[in-house]
Design a protein around this ligand. Structure first.
Ligand code: ARG
Length: 561
């Protein structure tokens, strides 16, 4: 609708001999649909009063034969704002057109985009710190896929770092007389052994060194350690998958850092031929400073003097593999914002060495904080396990109303998901936010349950559509709802372009508020005839919009609540 109005205004400007491309925006003023503030810019350029120019424009538009088909009213408010109210006819014809479009009118794209999100570490349980990357990454994946792109989700497991050597050390000492093949342990054992070992390494330098030695051998492919590594990997990854499944977070590839190691012979041979790779006390480093850097960006080390590889090397190996296998137009990373310096280094190395020339972007996510506005911790100071957070949310929601106790498990899980995800996705991904379980579980307010409730409540009113949408609009709440629905295509396009799911979450909330207002002011079930038919069409579309957008955020609608 904005574009249509902009076209008319631009046409008028041309007729008036102004050389200018104008913008029409949604108005925040009660009773005004759209506004155009460009008379001020034109005034500067053409040395006239803004009010005079605005009047010229509106007068010219009013001369148009089809004026009343498009506008209900157009006027100027001092000192030069153009206020536009569109006609009911235009709203309805636009709505009819939107309803015939696929994908809610979003434009189509076709890029190949790798999305790196999740990034959990094997042998450690998922904790609250893993929530955002998983939820945001999956939402971005869903949105980009909806737009027609080929997306490739890769979890990028941390499966060959220091924790692996530590846990292997623990196992070897706990089962001294058993052959590696025959050693058996379960998840519970693993969950105890990792913290135990990591604590021990902090206290005992000798143990720490022995663990590091195991890690190094493992990275070099030691077949014996690999037997234990595989057991740890299978156990831990199946547990990680279980939680991701619960959150409806899925990946096309479950590659880990260890897979990147397979690329090293080829990649290092290539890098050794690049001039920018330098030796520094035996270590291989690449300078990545650039002239207009505001802060110091240290060189990126890709191999230590003892031959060991680093986190950065594994990311470069992964880029190498992605380029070879997928030829992506873009690789985007949803990873904690605190790694932003690191990604700057890695991306610069990839560009400088020619490993990858496409787009590399790090969408650095903020943290989930506790009431003290610091990253969420348990009472004892450890990281809260993701599963514990999920259970706390479940309990809180059940406590809210007695009838929640008897809810079907499937429905309850969908609501828990809506609480977690809407709490998260309503914030710009770069921001930190405080997780207030009580507030986010409420059915009133800017919460997942509120949106779900809106959908279910309206769904009860709907019947089969059997007519066309007429040109009538019946009252203000009706008008507001229709105008809001017309924004949906732009909302999806913008969320996709910016890779910002919160744009969709905020629209969902605003639409729900408007839809609830409509619900309260129009007693739809008491109506008959054309008005009932029109409302049915609008509300059916409203629920299609709610459901489609919720799906994009990974939120699914329960049968009842
Ligand atoms: N496992 C890493 C960590 O816990 C996160 C991985 C992020 N992804 C990546 N490609 N580096 O910090």
């Amino acid at each position: 609708m904005n574009t249509q109005l902009e076209n008319i205004l631009n046409e008028t400007l041309k007729e008036l001999n102004y050389d200018y491309k104008t913008k029409v925006v949604k108005s925040n003023i009660e009773g005004v649909d759209f506004q155009c503030d460009d008379a001020f810019k034109l005034a500067k350029e053409y040395h006239k009063a803004p009010f005079v120019i605005a009047e010229e424009i509106t007068n010219k538009i009013k001369e148009n034969q089809n004026f009343s088909d498009i506008f209900k009213e157009i006027n100027v408010s001092k000192p030069g704002f153009i206020n536009i109210n569109v006609s009911d006819k235009l709203i309805n014809s636009s709505l009819r057109e939107l309803m015939t479009k696929e994908k809610l009118g979003a434009t189509l794209e076709n890029e190949t985009i790798v999305i790196d999100y999740g990034g959990p570490n094997v042998a450690k349980p998922l904790h609250v710190g893993h929530l955002r990357t998983a939820i945001i990454g999956q939402a971005i994946n869903n949105i980009l896929k909806f737009k027609g792109n080929k997306t490739i989700g890769d979890v990028h497991l941390g499966d060959i770092g220091a924790q692996m050597g530590q846990v292997i050390y623990g196992i070897i000492h706990d089962f001294p007389d058993t052959k590696y093949e025959d050693i058996e342990f379960d998840l519970e054992y693993l969950n105890v052994t990792y913290p135990k070992m990591s604590g021990l390494c902090k206290e005992d330098e000798k143990v720490r060194q022995e663990c590091a030695e195991i890690t190094k051998k493992l990275q070099e492919g030691d077949p014996n350690y690999q037997i234990l590594w595989k057991k740890i990997f299978d156990l831990s990854v199946s547990d990680i998958k279980r939680i991701y499944d619960y959150l409806d977070v899925h990946f096309d590839y479950w590659y880990g850092e260890s897979d990147a190691y397979k690329q090293f012979p080829e990649m290092m041979a290539y890098l050794d031929k690049q001039d920018c790779v330098k030796l520094d006390n035996g270590a291989k480093i690449i300078d990545v400073k650039e002239e207009d850097d505001k802060i110091d960006i240290p060189p990126c080390i890709i191999q230590k003097s003892d031959g060991a590889y680093l986190y950065a090397t594994s990311d470069l190996g992964t880029i190498w593999q992605r380029q070879k296998d997928f030829h992506p137009d873009e690789i985007l990373y949803v990873v904690d914002a605190r790694q932003s310096m690191y990604f700057t280094q890695v991306f610069r190395v990839a560009k400088k060495t020619g490993i990858y020339n496409g787009k590399l972007i790090h969408y650095g996510n903020g943290t989930v904080n506790g009431k003290d506005n610091k990253p969420f911790k348990t009472r004892t100071g450890g990281a809260l396990k993701l599963e514990e957070l999920i259970n706390e949310v479940k309990e809180e929601f059940i406590k809210l109303r007695p009838e929640n106790q008897n809810m079907a498990t499937e429905d309850l899980d969908k609501i828990v998901n809506s609480i977690l995800k809407f709490a998260d996705l309503q914030n710009d991904l770069t921001r930190n936010y405080i997780f207030d379980i009580k507030k986010f579980s409420e059915v009133n307010g800017k919460t997942g349950p509120y949106i779900l409730y809106t959908y279910l409540r309206i769904n009860k009113l709907l019947s089969q559509n059997d007519g066309e949408l007429s040109d009538k609009i019946y009252n203000d709440t009706d008008r507001n709802l229709r105008l809001k629905l017309l924004e949906v295509s732009k909302v999806i396009d913008e969320a996709s372009k910016e890779r910002r799911p919160h744009i969709i979450a905020n629209y969902l909330y605003e639409l729900s508020v408007i839809a609830n207002n409509f619900y309260q002011n129009n007693h739809v079930s008491n109506l008959e005839g054309q008005i009932k038919n029109d409302y049915n069409i609008v509300l059916t579309y409203n629920n299609l919009v709610l459901k489609t957008l919720l799906d994009l955020l990974g939120i699914h609608i329960p049968k009842t609540m």
